[in-house]
Design a protein around this ligand. Structure first.
Ligand code: SF4
Ligand code: SF4
Length: 167
């Protein structure tokens, strides 16, 4: 009798829908899963590292790397909101659990390095042009001052000379 009942349960489970539901794969808008950095845009200014309350971010300008310790991150979004280049964002996927406190390191891309070098070169050229213009202005101002007395000095001796000729 019990065997018949068991068979009925098996048959019922084979044809019926699952009693459980799948985990939702869509994250709600605004989910703060984990921090992502677009290394094509990051200029390694270090502001995110300064603003992070848990010191989860490290920036090494010499090595051109940006690092984050995901397990120290509390998903406060402070780094994202303060990044001047807007290259940080909160990815939807949550940080996977693990037994070790990893540090994830990302190298600045060649594209970003080239863009940054071009910006620095342009800034240096602008500064040099401004300094040259200032120097030229100063030289012009300095040259104009002595020229005025020289022009005034010439007529003074000319007058007595003319008088001498008349005598
Ligand atoms: S992620 Fe943004 S704030 Fe952080 S170093 Fe890069 S540019 Fe600067
Ligand atoms: S989200 Fe908050 S805790 Fe996480 S790295 Fe950014 S500033 Fe630090």
């Amino acid at each position: 009798m019990a065997l018949v009942s068991f068979k009925n349960t098996i048959l019922h489970n084979l044809v019926s829908k699952p009693k459980t539901r799948k985990v939702e794969k869509e994250y709600p808008v605004g989910t703060r899963g984990h921090v992502e950095n677009d290394m094509d845009v990051c200029v390694l200014c270090g502001l995110c590292s300064i603003k992070c309350p848990t010191h989860a971010i490290t920036v090494d300008k010499a090595e051109k790397t940006w690092s984050i310790r995901p397990m120290s991150c509390i998903q406060c979004r402070c780094c994202v909101d303060n990044c001047p280049k807007k290259c940080l964002s909160m990815g939807l996927r949550f940080q996977e659990p693990g037994s070790e406190k990893l540090t994830k390191t990302f190298k600045q891309s060649e594209k970003a390095i080239a863009a940054q070098e071009a910006l620095m070169k342009a800034a240096k050229e602008r500064a040099a042009a401004a300094a040259a213009a200032k120097a030229a202005q100063a030289a012009q101002a300095g040259g104009a001052a002595p020229a005025a007395p020289a022009a005034n000095a010439n007529p003074a001796p000319a007058a007595p000379a003319a008088n001498q000729d008349n005598k």
